[in-house]
Design a binder for this molecule. Sequence first.
Ligand code: URP
Ligand code: ZN
Ligand code: ZN
Length: 460
Amino acid sequence: MSLLIKSGEIVTASERYAADIFCENETITRIGRRITPPRGAVVIDAKGKFVFPGFIDPHVHIYLPFMGTFAKDTYETASRAALVGGTTTLIEMCCPSRKEDALEGFELWMSKAAGKSACDFTFHMGVTKFDGAAEKQLREIVRRGISSFKIFLAYKGAFGVDDGELYRTLKLAKELGVIVTAHCENETLIAERQAELLAAGKTDSAQHHESRPPAVEAEGVHHLMSFAEATGAETYIVHLSCREALDQAIAARQRGVRVSIETLIQYLTLDKSFAARSKFEGAKYVMSPPLRDKGNQAILWNGLRDGLIQTVATDHCPFDFKAQKVMGKNDFTKIPNGIPALEDRVNLLYTYGVKAGKIDLHTFVNCASTRAAKTFDLFPRKGTIQIGADADLVVFDPKYRGKISARTQQTNVDYNAFEGWKIEGRPAAVTVRGQVAVRDGKFIGKIGHGKFLARKPAHF
Ligand code: URP
Ligand code: ZN
Ligand code: ZN
C-alpha cells in the first residue's frame, strides 16, 4: 500500500517547509512538490496543516503491578490512546519486582505487548536487583534488542536498588553502552517523613508532597550523579519536577557527567494545589515526584526552551479513581501513584507550550519526538521526516478546538486529570509505518500492527 500526504507544512526539529510526502513499504520514499500518486494510493490532504514526525513517549507504564494493584491499560487500550494523541512509538518501563528474574520479567512484559499493539513499542529494562544471575540475564536482554535500563532509587523493597546494586548496574551499562534511566528520590527521607506525617494524623492527599519535598528529589538526583560520575555511565533522569533537582543535574552536567533530563507534561501544566483538592479529588493528582509549587513551571518551560531539559514524557500510569486511588482514602501513602496522560501529552504541549508562546514548533517536535529517538537509539528510523525513515506521520490541524474529557478518551481509566481543559489543535491523521491509524480523532488502525523495536546501543 502506498500513501501520499499532500500539501502539508512539514515541521521537524530543525526544518519547516511545504512539500508532499510519499510512502511505500512502510517508509518515506519521496519528499517533494506536486507528487502524483499511483493508482490505489491513499491520499491525505494536509493543506493548512502541519506534518510532524510521529511522536514518541519515552516513559509509559501499561502493565504495572504496583502498590498492591495493577495499572488498568492493556496494549490495546494504551496504543489506541497513544495514536489518537499523535504518539506512534512508546517506550514502556519493564518493571519486574525484586523477587522475579529479569529475563522472565522481560518475557512477561513482551508477552503483554507482542501482537497486541497498534503503535510501535520498546522497553526500558527495569533493573530491580543486581547479582550474578541478573547480570547474565541483562546481557541477554541487551542482545535481544534493549539498549536502556531503568532503576529506581525510591520504592525500596518493590523496585528500588541499594547503592551496591546501583554501582554495579551503572558499571555494566557503561561496559555495554546502555543508557540508564532513573527515578531519583531518596527513599529513606520519604519513609521517615511519611511515618512522621501519619503519626501526626496528617493522612490526606496534600501530604504526599510534604513527604517528598524538592530536597528529597534533589538528593536523589545528586546521588545518581555521584554514581554516574564515578562509573562514567550515561544517564537519563526521568520525571524531573523542580528547580532544586534541575540545579543538581545541571551542576553534574557542567562537571562532565553524561545526563539527559526528562520532564513530564503534568509538571509543566499542573501544580501541587491540584493534589490538595478536597473530597479526595486530590488523589487523582498524586504522583511521584509530586506536583510542585507553580513557580517551577516557568523553570521547566525555560529549561526546554534553552535545551537544559531534553524530553517531555508522561509516566502514563493508569489507575482508576473509584476503585484504586480510593485505596489511600485514609492514608495518602496508599494512593497508587501516577497520572495518566499518554493520550493528551502532545495536544497539551502544543496548546500550553507552542500556542502559549513558551516553546517554538521545533522545540516542540524535538522534545516530544526527535530527542527521545536520538537518546534511545531509534533515530533516524523514528523521530524525523526524511527519506528512509519509517512513515510515522502526524497531520496536525492547528485550527481544531476542543476539550479533554474522560468520556471520550481511549485510555482505560475512569477519570482524566485534565477534564474540561481546552485544546487548540490536534492530530487530524496519524500513520504508523504508512498505515493510517487515526482520522479526525477516531482510531481506525489495526491492533497487532505495532512492532517491537529492537535497539542496539548506538550512542556509545
Ligand atoms: O507516580 C508515579 N510516577 N508512578 C509510577 C511509578 C514511577 O515512579 O515511575
Ligand atoms: Zn518513577
Ligand atoms: Zn514511571
